[in-house]
Each structure stands twice: as C-alpha cells, then as structure tokens.
Design a protein around this ligand. Structure first.
Ligand SMILES: [Zn+2]
Ligand SMILES: [Zn+2]
Length: 215
C-alpha cells in the first residue's frame, strides 16, 4: 500500500527513549504557599530524599519566613502560571545552580502538560548538589553554640529557596536584569538564613533582629 504503511522506525525509537526516560524519573506535586504556583517536581529515581527537602523548603519553611522577606516576591508569583515544573538534577553541565526555561524551550513533559491542561505551564531547573555546595557567605561566620551540625541543613533550605525564587523571577520577568535578580535573591538568602539560625539557636543572631536594607 505504498509508503504510508512503511514502518516508521525513527519516531518509535524516539518515543521509546522518551518513555524510558520518564520511567527513570519520578514526579511529586507540591503546594508551596497560597500565593506561589503549584510545583511539579520531576526528579531522577533515587532523588526522593532531595525532593522531600525541597518540599519542606517550599511548603513549610517558606510560608513561615518573616513576611518582609517574602514581600519582594509577591509580584513575581502574580505573574507566573498556576503550575511550574521544577526539573531536579544533581548538577548542571554548565555549573549553574539553576535556570529558567523561556517559553518554547521547555521539556516535553512540560509542553505536553500545557497542551493537556490548555494553559501555560512554566519550567525551571535546580541543580541540588551544586546548591548544597553553594556558599554565598561563609557558614563558619554563622556557627553559634552547638548549631554547627545543623548549619548545613539550614543552609540547604535557605539556598534552595533563594535559587528557586531567583529562577522564578527570571521566569516571571523575561527582561529581568541578572544583577538585580541576584542582589535580591542573595538578600533573601541572608535574611532567611539569619531567621533560621536565630530560631534554631533560640537567640537572635546576626541580622535577624533587623533585616539588612531591601535591595
Ligand atoms: Zn547554565
Ligand atoms: Zn539569574
């Protein structure tokens, strides 16, 4: 019956490769805070513990941070789609802590979701091992009392949130300037870390009592 029924080997190969990739990843839906978009975390098998830490950061830690720290991001949330896919990987080849994926460059997962939902779906990626090792300010300077062993966990929470918000800001404002976005997310990290350390040590420490000026 002519070329119409010719076996189409390549598309099938592509599809199978894609299904195989999907099977290697797991998904988790996370409701961060009332204002923030719904997050669909997509992570490699074995990344469940990290996905749980990110869920804790976005759904538990973020909402209880001082409102003054969260206010600058209200305008960001307002401009985002109701659903944002967060692709989690240990590291990026380019060494970046994360990226936003401008419209049209999203993964197949996100594009299919958007098509099925009939509404835009945003996408960012976060490189969780790189974020864990990121040191925007020396942790040693914050070590108080016997907090030492808890410090890396607090840092990871604050750092995940800072990079998450940084990429969401880029996603919301296509022309956001890197310098301003970074100044804001570093400020967020400093304030969040000060609050978490203060709560954990049961004492006001560093800049928890008075926030550094908002950029
Ligand atoms: Zn990069
Ligand atoms: Zn950036």
């Amino acid at each position: 019956m002519g070329p119409v029924h010719k076996p189409r080997v390549r598309p099938r190969g592509v599809l199978e490769a894609w299904l195989e990739r999907l099977r290697r990843r797991e998904q988790r839906l996370v409701r961060a805070s009332a204002e923030a978009p719904l997050l669909l975390l997509s992570y490699p098998r074995g990344g469940r513990a990290v996905a749980e830490e990110i869920e804790t950061a976005c759904a538990r830690t973020f909402p209880r941070l001082n409102p003054e720290i969260r206010v600058p991001y209200e305008g960001v949330f307002e401009r985002l789609p109701t659903l944002v896919v967060v692709l989690l990987r240990p590291r990026n080849l380019c060494d970046c802590l994360g990226h936003h994926h401008p419209r049209g460059t999203e993964s197949r997962l996100t594009r299919r979701l958007a098509a099925d939902l009939g509404s835009p779906v945003g996408e960012i990626d976060l490189a969780y091992e790189a974020i864990r090792r990121w040191e925007p300010q020396p942790l040693a300077a914050m070590a108080v009392g016997d907090l030492g062993s808890r410090l890396p966990d607090l840092h990871f929470q604050a750092a995940l949130l800072a990079v998450w918000l940084h990429e969401l800001e880029h996603l919301a404002f296509a022309r956001s300037a890197e310098h301003e976005t970074r100044t804001r997310s570093n400020w967020f990290y400093t304030c969040a870390m000060a609050q978490l350390v203060a709560e954990e040590s049961g004492a006001a420490y560093g800049m928890a009592a008075s926030l550094p000026p908002r950029p």
